[in-house]
Design a protein around this ligand. Structure first.
Ligand code: AMP
Ligand code: GLY
Length: 430
């Protein structure tokens, strides 16, 4: 079959790498892709939210299945759009409907959903310009820290953890009266701060049943020891030693299963990945957020650990046959370390030549390209997160060491990476 993958990050290179391994995949296209996905299939110069052009590409390349990587097209309704185009009625799209994607697209929607279906999450209230003063009073009487969230998609910047009521009130004012996050911040969710260890849990669901993928933890801060600004993710590890059988069982029964039952009850059409951002609060899982897609860089450790044929899994998802699927997971640990352009997540330069990619890498190590493109016969940087090195090991320590070693063999001007990924789970830290 012919497959179209939408997206252009390291996540999409990892997905393309896995899709390409399937004997069921005849031709793979990626819109728009990057220098890494170009090694797995054909990149198409089509933007992720150019729905008309995506539909045209589906027809032109006789696409049977579309896999949507990032959230933006999902929240804007790519799934409904494509299957509504005359001639594409039978297209299999892996990614939730527009309505179901609001689990990620609107934090207020997600909180209402969780409340309605008894899914554990932080206590909250939602405000807009009409009940602004109530919001101010809510902040004044709330314990600290207090969490403010812009309702809509805000490129990962819409969550503010405030240590002081004055700071919270000022941010609240900026969002509601000065459009700090534009449309996304016209509604604000204010919630209690959750303590504990964060983790990401992923499932693939057909709307009835699900398979549980390996859990992961990502490292969002730019600096060693979780310091500095938030980024899209500087690395990830899987599995997590604290996510034992008993904890995962609680995640299944208190979070995953009520979520899937809730989607069904609310008639929200969902075929695709659900990413549960969780807090382990003394052994009890609480949902911080839902995402309607896989994580990046979590995909780069989760997907390599899945032994099943990904196309078979996606076909079972689209055909509502996940109940019959048994997932096989690589028992080894995986770690991924992200190389970023100097200055990221602030300003950084593009167009730096990446060297070392052509060398033979270690066994059990993969380089997934993200913000990288071909320029003549060279690969040059084209974004903040440039590539990620994933390695396997008998434990997290070994996997991270191997990725760090390979990282040292790769180079571009002003390259930076965190050498302490997975530090809490390692015997020695760097
Ligand atoms: P997001 O940008 O939506 O991925 O969220 C950013 C981060 O904010 C999360 O990964 C958590 O680390 C943190 N966060 C969000 N909500 C809460 C909360 N209620 N309590 C503690 N931390 C939170
Ligand atoms: N790594 C977090 C995310 O993909 O949202």
């Amino acid at each position: 079959m012919n497959i179209l993958l939408i997206g252009s990050g390291g996540r999409e290179h990892a997905l393309a790498w896995k899709l390409k391994q399937s004997s069921l995949c005849d031709s793979l296209f990626i819109a728009p892709g990057n220098a890494g996905t170009a090694l797995c299939g054909t990149n198409l110069p089509v933007g992720i939210t150019d729905f008309e052009a995506l539909a045209k590409a589906c027809k032109e390349h006789r696409i049977d299945m579309v896999l949507v990587g990032p959230e933006e097209p999902l929240v804007k309704g790519v799934t409904d759009f494509l299957t509504g185009v005359p001639g594409l009625e039978n297209l299999k799209v892996i990614g939730p409907s527009k309505n179901a994607s609001q689990l990620e697209g609107s934090k207020a929607f997600a909180k209402e959903f969780m409340t309605r279906h008894g899914i554990p999450t932080a206590a909250y209230a939602e405000f807009n310009a009409d009940n602004y003063l109530e919001g101010v009073n809510y902040i004044k009487s709330h314990k600290l820290p207090i969490v403010l969230k812009a309702d809509g998609l805000a490129a990962g910047k819409g969550v503010l953890i405030c240590q002081h009521p004055i700071e919270a009130m000022s941010e609240f004012d900026l969002m509601l009266h000065r459009a700090k996050f534009g449309e996304a911040g016209k509604k604000v969710v204010i919630e209690e701060f959750l303590h504990g260890i964060e983790l990401s849990v992923f499932v693939l669901t057909d709307g009835e049943d699900y398979v549980l993928l390996p859990e992961a933890k990502d490292y969002k801060r730019v600096g060693v020891g979780d310091t500095g600004l938030n980024t899209g993710g500087m690395g990830a590890v899987s599995p997590l030693p604290f996510a034992d059988e008993a904890f995962i069982q609680k995640v299944r029964s208190r979070v995953i299963e009520p979520t899937i039952a809730g989607l069904k009850k609310d008639q929200l059409d969902y075929k695709g990945f659900i990413f549960f951002g969780l807090m382990n609060d003394n052994g009890d899982p609480k949902v911080i957020e839902y995402n309607c897609r896989m994580g990046d860089p979590e995909t780069e450790v989760v997907i390599p650990r899945v032994k099943n044929d990904l196309v078979e899994l996606l076909l079972a998802t689209s055909g509502k046959k996940l109940k019959t699927v048994k997932l096989e997971i690589d028992e080894r640990a995986a770690a991924t370390v992200v190389a970023v352009s100097g200055g990221y997540p602030g300003d950084y330069q593009k167009g730096k030549v990446i060297s070392g990619l052509e060398e033979n890498l270690l066994d059990d190590t993969m380089v997934f390209l993200a913000g990288a493109k071909h320029e003549g016969d060279q690969v040059v940087t084209n974004g903040g997160r440039v590539f990620t090195v994933t390695s396997f090991g008998t434990n997290i320590d070994e996997a991270v060491e191997q990725s760090n070693y390979v990282m040292e063999q790769l180079f571009f001007e002003d390259m930076y990476f965190r050498s302490d990924i997975g530090y809490e789970f390692r015997s020695e830290t760097n």
